[in-house]
Ligand binder design. Structure first.
Ligand code: IPD
Ligand code: CA
Ligand code: CA
Ligand code: CA
Length: 269
């Protein structure tokens, strides 16, 4: 029996709203901040708290569903068979710690490898980006329009400047060349928010050399609903289980940008 994806989306929104209140409340207290793989990779007690909260709610309400989360949930999951929730309890932990602003909770539901529901909650802006497969994408109560084609000279691209700083090549296909040809670039420090911004037309493209499924799973569902092309740097769909490069862009622009990134696979931070 197929799930009622709208009901499931409403349930996710309710839990994420509660989690958002927990995050806002935590900002007035002292936060326990730890480092993960490197000194710039931060995690707080709230990342774990929100992930556990959402995982418990999902397990209680949908016992047959699997959950994959950034911090500790579902590390043994190896297949997208059945219904899989992919959650990022705080996307933009550096912003959460340093700015107390510009961070999101990202939740996606995937059935047999197909994205069904995507919700990105920009907590401090109180903006909800929601989508159910085949039913359009929304920013709060307003349906987002289908995107239209755009060319690089008119495009604003979401891009983390650290990748530019590391690039050694200076030929015709360099990222530096791409940036100079664009109208401008922006960097918000939350992949989920940047993907939501492409879905809502605030950005024309977003790209990253290394993301994980919890960073982009919900974004992929939203972007498909408004006609944004979303691939890895080789033009293939990003995986729901493994890390990937990510290039999302409005029609026309996507092909132009692939020209610059397609042989950048393996470029490590
Ligand atoms: C990070 C953010 C950031 C992106 C990193 C992600 P996190 O997620 O989305 O914008 O550049 O690659 O890891 O760790 O804050 O959930
Ligand atoms: Ca993290
Ligand atoms: Ca993330
Ligand atoms: Ca995170």
């Amino acid at each position: 029996m197929t799930a009622d994806w709208n009901e499931l989306k409403n349930q996710a929104v309710k839990w994420m709203d509660e989690a958002g209140k927990m995050l806002k409340e935590s900002l007035s207290h002292h936060l326990q901040v730890d480092k993960k793989s490197d000194p710039n990779d931060l995690v707080t007690e709230m990342d774990y708290k929100v992930e556990r909260f959402l995982n418990e709610k999902i397990n209680d309400t949908y016992p047959g569903h699997l959950v994959l989360g950034e911090e500790e949930t579902g590390t043994n999951i190896e297949s997208t068979d059945g219904v899989l929730w992919i959650i990022d309890p705080i996307d933009g932990t550096t912003n959460f710690v340093h700015q107390k602003f510009n961070f999101a909770i990202s939740v996606a539901v995937v059935e047999n490898g197909v994205g069904k529901v995507g919700v990105i909650y920009n907590v401090m802006h109180d903006e909800w980006y929601t989508a159910v497969e085949g039913e359009g994408a929304y920013l709060n109560e307003s349906q987002l329009p289908e995107v239209t084609p755009v060319d690089l000279p008119e495009a604003v691209i979401g891009l983390n400047g650290r990748w530019l700083a590391r690039e050694k090549r200076r030929d015709e296909r360099s990222l530096h060349r791409m940036v100079r040809k664009s109208r401008s670039v922006r960097s918000y420090g939350s992949a989920a928010i940047e993907l939501a911004y492409v879905a809502s037309g605030r950005l024309d493209s977003y790209m990253s050399f290394s993301l994980s499924p919890w960073d982009y799973a919900a974004g992929l569902v939203l972007l498909k609903e408004v006609g944004v092309t979303a691939t890895d740097f080789k033009g293939e769909p990003p995986s729901y289980l493994q890390s990937s490069t990510v290039l999302v862009a409005r029609p026309g622009l996507h092909n132009q940008l692939l020209h610059y990134v397609h042989d950048h696979e393996g470029f490590q931070e």
